[in-house]
Design a protein around this ligand. Structure first.
Ligand SMILES: C[S@@+](CC[C@H](N)C(=O)[O-])C[C@H]1O[C@@H](n2cnc3c(N)ncnc32)[C@H](O)[C@@H]1O
Length: 430
């Protein structure tokens, strides 16, 4: 680690004195190699990010230099070098892709560039060129009030539905306007052929800029529910969901609760080292300790267990002290005599979606329904930033909540549109 720090300090000094494209590119490449070394040697995100910062700064300086150097673009091979302006390769830059990327980094305003590095270091997100450029573009678009010039960001003809990356679409959403975000994002490494697939190692970095938008648009008493589940890799469970939770906490979210969705009808099967996977996580994040929650809206029938259990109450059932939370119902079993409804547990038993909704990863309506009832009132605004076939939207329409749904694939937006149009407000006449 000490050696790495010395090398990084030397690289910073070299950056200050490097003035030719060749020197800057060499420095950027060395920093990139050091970053790979830091990752492999598990030196931690701070060391990795210091390397990434040097690389970005070297590329930015290279971009600034290239933008101001008069040169020939694409010199034909037949034209002798001495008769022309220098081409890219004469400057020591092997290809146009590198030049283009460096100039895009150079075009990011200094304030945005420094803010990105500062925020990333503070939150310990991995510093990447892609993230810097996407944040800069987004900020520029929202500050100038112009529509973001991105081809894939479109409003559907159905109010509240959008096609695009939720990172871009949510940039236009008013701050503090959404009461609940309930969603099932793409799982790491899943469905690569349909929507890219995010490697488990990059998942938290991919997620956090989006979570920043979720934070901005949520009301202070709002909730975020993330239905997700880690897969297995080489015989072990992946840790990307745990890393996501830690990154969320570092970014100021409270990991308030975790609900377990028990999939009642999970497919049969046999694995050598584990049993069938019959549950998924529903992570509950909030911005504050006090948040909107309507527990009575999700009460469940007390059930048959209650009759024999409440018929023969023991001494502790009658006398037990109230719980630490102050609720006398939490622990004194006798208080439930004669009641038909009880509060549910944090284990939710729903079958997986078996209907033909046209999406391979749709969740059952009961899942968003539980959270929409628990965390919102009629008229509140609910968002599903990864809406897929629009199941959350269908539920919202039925329950009289307003809805914003986003999906990166146009065909999903069209599917959601037709499902939502076909659903009815609860109690509405045919
Ligand atoms: C697990 S599925 C959601 C399924 C949904 N809950 C349902 O019931 O149909 C995740 C969805 O996220 C979409 N998606 C992937 N990346 C996205 C992004 N960056 N922004 C918005 N949507 C995205 C995918 O196209 C996919 O439909």
């Amino acid at each position: 680690m000490n050696q790495a720090v010395i090398t990084l300090d030397a690289a910073l000094n070299a950056l200050a004195s490097a003035n030719t494209p060749d020197e800057l590119l060499t420095l950027a490449n060395q920093a990139a190699a050091l970053q790979v070394y830091a990752r492999r040697a598990k030196l931690g995100m701070v060391a990795q990010n210091r390397c990434a910062e040097i690389r970005l700064r070297a590329e930015r300086k290279l971009g600034q230099l290239l933008a101001t150097t008069p040169r020939l673009h694409g010199r034909p091979k037949s034209v002798p070098v001495e008769n022309t302006l220098p081409g890219l390769s004469d400057l020591g830059v092997p290809d146009r892709k590198i030049s283009h990327r460096a100039q895009r980094i150079a075009a990011v305003p200094t304030r945005e560039f420094e803010a990105y590095l500062r925020d990333a270091h503070r939150a310990e997100w991995e510093i990447t060129t892609r993230q810097l450029l996407s944040l800069a573009e987004r900020r520029e678009a929202s500050s100038s009030q112009r529509p973001t010039p991105r081809g894939r960001r479109r409003r559907s003809s159905h109010e509240g539905l959008f096609e695009g990356d939720c990172l871009d679409v949510l940039a236009d959403q008013e701050a503090g306007s959404v009461n609940l975000i309930v969603t099932s994002p793409p799982y790491a490494d899943a469905r690569k052929s349909t929507y890219g697939g995010i490697p488990a190692d990059d998942y938290a970095d991919w997620w956090m800029p989006r979570a920043e938008e979720f934070k901005r648009v949520l009301t202070p008493d709002g909730s975020l529910i993330v239905n997700i589940k880690e897969g297995t890799e080489q015989g072990e469970r992946s840790t990307y969901v745990l890393e996501l939770i830690l990154a969320m906490r570092r970014a100021g979210w409270l990991w308030t609760e975790e609900y377990v969705w028990h999939k009642r009808n999970c497919a049969p099967g046999k694995w050598p080292n584990r049993f069938r996977d019959a549950w998924e996580r529903c992570l509950h994040f909030t911005l504050n300790r006090e948040f909107a929650m309507y527990q009575d809206a999700v009460m469940v029938p007390t059930g048959d267990w209650a009759k024999p259990r409440l018929a023969n109450l023991s001494e502790p059932d009658l006398n037990r002290e109230p719980s630490a939370s102050g609720s006398p119902f939490a622990r004194t079993v006798a208080n439930w005599v004669g009641r038909d409804l009880a509060y549910p547990t944090n284990v939710l038993h729903f079958a997986t979606e078996c209907g033909l909704v046209g999406h391979s990863a749709a969740f059952p309506e009961e899942l968003p329904e539980f959270f929409v009832k628990l965390f919102t009132c009629e008229g509140d605004l609910v968002c599903d930033p990864f809406m897929g076939s629009g199941t959350t939207g269908v539920v919202c329409k039925r329950l009289g909540r307003r809805f914003i749904g986003i999906d990166i694939l146009g065909r999903n937006v069209r599917l959601a549109e037709s499902r939502i149009r076909g659903s009815k407000l609860l109690g509405a006449a045919d």
